[in-house]
Design a protein around this ligand. Structure first.
Ligand code: 0O2
Length: 221
């Protein structure tokens, strides 16, 4: 038993390092954007490693033997990162920044924002290959990255709770409520972005109007 525990712990170590590496890269992208555009692309970032138990359960669900080799070859969400952004445009800006990096390789994209799931779930899912330098050499580790807005995240957390409470068979009236809430999330995201852009625009015109007054030497006062 002890031996098995050690084997899984050893297997999971590079996945933890991949999350550490990716966190640093995301921080750099966010800090740089903050410096250049005076805007913050993220609200918060969370990471998680699947436990050996949940890895084994997932492999068995997929009809595979719960071995380390099968996990390594067939599971791409052992390491997971969730990035929560203020606005939908930030999701795609982050995606572009990640795509343009030579030290990351995006191998799969599932855009549940453009194409939401039938229950209303929205999020951008990426499988990213992250290089990790170990004493034995470089390993490329898969990390599942979910990027979504605060509003999408709020919806997904509630849906997740309901899904587990009802063991995947959610009553129809709750399903309908969740679908309606998902539509509201979409509207809210669009409206908040409009208001935000409006405020940014107002801010700019205010600065211009002060500048004009100064240029006119106060004649119109
Ligand atoms: P956890 O505990 O969050 O990790 P896969 O199951 O990965 O082989 P799938 O289902 O095609 O294949 O993957 P997909 O669509 O990329 O979704 C994987 C993860 O996205 C899920 O992981 C959830 O975290 C999230 N997700 C997907 N659909 C929904 C949804 O309808 N509602 C919510 N709340 N989250 C969703 P896990 O492993 O299910 O759970």
């Amino acid at each position: 038993m002890e031996e098995k525990f050690k084997m899984w712990k050893n297997f999971l170590l590079p996945y933890k390092f991949a999350l550490d590496e990716l966190k640093t890269k995301v921080n750099i992208m966010v800090e740089e954007t903050k410096y250049m555009e005076e805007t913050s692309l993220i609200e918060h970032v969370k990471t998680r490693l699947k436990t050996p138990d949940s890895i084994m359960t997932k492999l068995e669900r997929k009809g595979m033997k719960p071995t380390v080799a099968n996990a390594s070859e067939n599971l791409f969400d052992i390491a997971g990162m969730r990035i929560v952004t203020p606005f939908k445009s930030d999701v795609y800006q982050l995606y572009n920044l990640m795509m343009n990096r030579t030290d990351l390789k995006i191998v799969e994209v599932k855009d549940y924002i453009r194409f939401p799931k039938s229950n209303g779930y929205q999020s951008l899912h990426l499988i990213v290959k992250v290089p990790v330098t170990l004493s034995k050499g470089i390993e490329h580790i898969f990390v599942e990255v979910q990027i979504r807005t605060l509003a999408m995240d709020f919806w997904a957390s509630l849906e997740h709770k309901i899904y587990y409470k009802y063991e995947a068979s959610i009553p129809a009236y709750l399903e309908k409520g969740l679908k309606e809430a998902a539509d509201t999330v979409k509207e809210l995201d669009d409206k908040m972005k409009l208001i935000h852009d409006e405020v940014e625009g107002l801010h700019t015109s205010k600065v211009i109007s002060i500048h004009v007054k100064e240029d006119e030497g106060g004649r119109k006062r």
